[in-house]
Design a protein around this ligand. Structure first.
Ligand code: GLV
Ligand code: MN
Ligand code: MN
Length: 418
């Protein structure tokens, strides 16, 4: 492991592997937001933050924050972090690498005896991955002041309301406005690339130019539950038929939009269910969630308009009803801060690491923080670009390199920002 860095890569790696062990044993690596395992992971994180001398709290939006006050608190705050929740059967690096890198930076700076002028905060944002409530980036939305009332009323499959769940993990929805921050002077997030650019180019770090906009649409078709053997084809009202046509449509239109070469566009149906769900019953209800992403808002708007028209037509053709067509969330593409990007580039060069500009097709908390503060991201290579899967892997040296680049940028920013 590289040793002449401003951080301790071994200690960081040990922390990361420890947190990974707090998982659903039958489904590694799973630590879903709002679950008992999530609380367990956070309890451990909180203890690690405190052992590093950070003062910890959970803000009103449910974000876990560790803070070390600066020598000139009026200079504002440098914040670093990511998220500790995972997708079901996810990996050991997505999100957690960024939280523990932030902790390692704060710990190393404290141990070196360096007094920062700015306050330094390490953050674990609440529920970055799409939660059981159908919403992602819950904590960073709250911090940016863009959590909508209607979102707080979303429910999970057990019927719990999101506002209640945020309070349950230590937030305070009745005081949500207090989570909004105006003192953050710079936000840095380290993340695995979740793609192949860095590995293929043998490049140490990616400096993110922009993060895609993400729109999630819930569509529910309602038909009639009937006997699958005795109901003739022309009489049935099968709710799955328009859902299946929608899946084919989404794939076709996404490919058409990609072919225009007007910026990244992808669309996925990762949630689909039918009820009552028996092989010998015609589906009465079908529910799908479409996740569409683009760095070009015009492509997204065209996709959404066509999806609206076509799903209504598919429902009509199959004599079903399109009972729900709801935008669960909708964000615009976000550019990272040009000044912080330059600082990261200079920091990488000073430490002897190669870097490249890179766009992010994944969503990140940094996209929400960017609404209230200059924000930037560092990507590190991950094996074969694999992510949201147990095979997710980044080399210890790669993690140490990305962490060191942010540590160097924090020190430089602290000196430069007047
Ligand atoms: C976050 O992991 C995303 O869905 O991009
Ligand atoms: Mn993820
Ligand atoms: Mn992530």
């Amino acid at each position: 492991m590289t040793s002449n860095l401003p951080i301790d890569g071994r200690r960081l790696w040990d922390d990361l592997m420890h947190l990974a062990e707090i998982t659903d044993p039958g489904k590694p690596y799973t630590r879903r937001s709002f679950s008992p395992l999530f609380d367990e992971g956070r309890l451990w994180l909180r203890q690690r933050f405190e052992a590093a001398g950070l003062e910890t709290r959970i803000d009103a939006a449910g974000n876990l924050i560790g803070r070390r006050a600066g020598s000139e608190p009026a200079a504002g705050t440098i914040m670093i972090g990511s998220h500790s929740d995972t997708v079901p059967s996810g990996g050991r690096f997505d999100g957690t690498a960024g939280v523990l890198a932030a902790l390692e930076i704060a710990r190393s700076i404290a141990q070196s005896g360096t007094a920062l002028r700015h306050n330094l905060e390490v953050i674990d944002f609440l529920a970055e991955e799409p939660s059981e409530f159908g919403l992602s980036c819950i904590g960073s939305r709250g911090m940016a002041g863009v959590m909508e009332e209607r979102m707080l009323a979303y429910t999970d499959p057990s019927g719990e309301v999101l506002s209640h769940a945020i309070d349950r993990v230590g937030g305070n929805v009745s005081a949500l406005a207090t989570a909004r921050r105006d003192d953050i002077k710079a936000f840095f997030e380290l993340h695995i690339e979740q793609g192949l650019v860095l590995q293929d180019g043998k490049i140490d770090v990616g400096i993110v130019t922009a993060i895609v906009g993400i729109t999630r649409i819930e569509v529910v078709f309602k038909g009639s539950a009937d006997h699958a053997g005795t109901t003739p084809m022309h009489l049935r009202r099968d709710a799955f038929t328009p859902a299946a046509k929608t899946a084919v449509f989404v794939d076709r239109v996404a490919r058409e939009l990609v072919a225009r070469n007007a910026g990244l566009f992808v669309a996925t149906i990762g949630i689909a269910s039918v009820a009552p769900g028996a092989s010998n019953v015609v589906p009465q209800e079908a529910r799908i969630i479409i996740d569409a992403r683009s760095e070009n808002r015009a492509l997204m708007d065209e996709f959404l308009a066509r999806l609206d028209t076509e799903t209504a037509a598919f429902a009509k053709e199959s004599r079903t009803e399109r009972a729900v067509f709801a935008r669960l969330s909708d964000t615009n593409p976000t550019a990272c801060d040009a000044g912080l990007r330059e600082l990261l580039r200079d920091s990488a060069r000073a430490l002897g690491f190669s870097s490249t500009d890179i766009a992010s097709g994944a969503g990140h908390d940094a996209a929400f923080v960017a609404r209230i503060a200059p924000s930037a991201m560092v990507f590190i290579p991950c094996r074969d670009g694999k992510s949201h899967a147990p095979e997710e892997w980044a080399e210890p040296d790669a993690l140490a390199a990305g962490t060191a680049v942010i540590a160097e940028a924090v020190l430089r920013f602290d000196r430069l920002d007047a």
